[in-house]
Ligand binder design. Structure first.
Ligand SMILES: [Fe+2]
Length: 339
């Protein structure tokens, strides 16, 4: 098995990316998530061996079996994907044949991602497709490193910057809209991020308070303060050439990046005033992902949607492994009634 890229992040080409960029119009911001064996795309990219290797997971209704034909391309129609994918696509994307139009860009990405994953011994993942309407939420970047999502929940007095996630990594790509921002410079970026967070935390400690509501204004102000401070420090580091901001090209490149406060890539959602479609992939061993689903009271494999009506009982509030974003989403979605 070849070693993983040594860098904290690296952009990889998406093979056979469509010549024409996606032009999807979104009706709403929502996400579709699947956790299980690599989705079957067609016989050529090895779905038969995936299905065989995950026989213990084949009982769920949300899992899909490989198609028997090796000459047709079921992925072109999405026939091999969980039904929830089609339901999510029709509620999220305007116009005719929403799933097929999205698949034109999604399938090449998944083929490239699956090849990379298999090359590194990965047969299971947590895959999230996030569709986002234009937003001002990231006009100021939210620079961060991702957490070890398989770790136990953090205790309040744990130092988030000290969290280690040795060897853990993810893949991500924008299929439409701007790519994720990455900070080159590795250690310099993590140091600047850590310094800015510590400074904001010291300010917070100077005005202690107790959270009594789910959405605490003081905590929100601290979060905004961290963003401002990090943006200020990183702008200074950029000016002196210690770090630089780079983005993978939408639909053409995917990013490999490492996770954790010690070796993780510093990154942020990009500013976007256009409809954006983003894909996040967390690789994992079957037992890890199965355990994670169990922790949330869910079966494995499983697919689900957030932000669109579904004809099933309330889904658990889960995100894409970005703990800060997920915690916010959980808080917001606790009051949402899914019909
Ligand atoms: Fe992230």
């Amino acid at each position: 098995m070849p070693p993983l890229p040594p860098q904290d992040f690296l952009f990889l080409p998406i093979s056979s990316a469509p010549a024409q960029p996606l032009h999807l119009t979104l009706k709403t911001s929502s996400s579709w998530t699947y956790c299980g064996p690599l989705l079957p795309l067609d016989a050529l990219d090895g779905c038969k061996s995936d299905a065989a290797s995950s026989s213990s997971s084949s009982s769920s209704s949300s899992s899909s079996s490989c198609p028997s034909s090796s000459s047709s391309s079921p992925a072109a129609t999405g026939a091999s994907l969980p039904p929830s994918f089609h339901s999510w696509a029709s509620h999220t994307i305007a116009g005719p044949s929403p799933a097929s139009r999205l698949l034109a860009a999604l399938v090449p990405l998944l083929r490239s991602a699956h090849a990379f994953l298999r090359e590194h011994g990965v047969r299971h993942y947590w895959l999230t497709l996030r569709a986002s309407r234009p937003t001002a939420d990231f006009d100021v970047p939210r620079w961060h490193t991702d957490d070890n999502f398989f770790a136990a929940p953090r205790r309040p007095d744990d130092d988030p910057d000290a969290e280690d996630a040795p060897g853990l990594w993810k893949l991500c790509a924008a299929l439409q809209g701007p790519g994720t921002l990455f900070l080159s410079g590795g250690e310099a970026g993590r140091r600047a991020l850590g310094d800015a967070k510590r400074k904001a935390r010291r300010e917070q400690e100077a005005r202690p308070h107790v959270c009594t509501t789910v959405r605490c204004k003081a905590c929100g102000a601290t979060s905004d303060r961290v963003r401002e401070e990090v943006a200020r420090v990183l702008a200074r580091e950029q000016e002196r050439g210690a770090v630089a901001v780079v983005q993978p090209r939408a639909g053409e490149e995917m990013a490999f990046f490492r996770v954790g406060g010690r070796e993780g890539a510093v990154h942020s959602e990009p500013r976007h005033d256009v409809d954006r479609v983003f894909v996040n992939i967390i690789p994992g061993r079957e037992e890890e992902l199965r355990g994670l689903m169990r922790r949330w009271g869910m079966e494995f494999p499983r697919s689900w949607s957030l932000g669109v009506p579904v004809s099933m009982p309330m889904e658990l509030e889960m995100g894409d492994g970005d703990r800060e974003r997920d915690e916010t989403a959980m808080q917001e979605q606790r009051s949402v009634v899914v019909v």
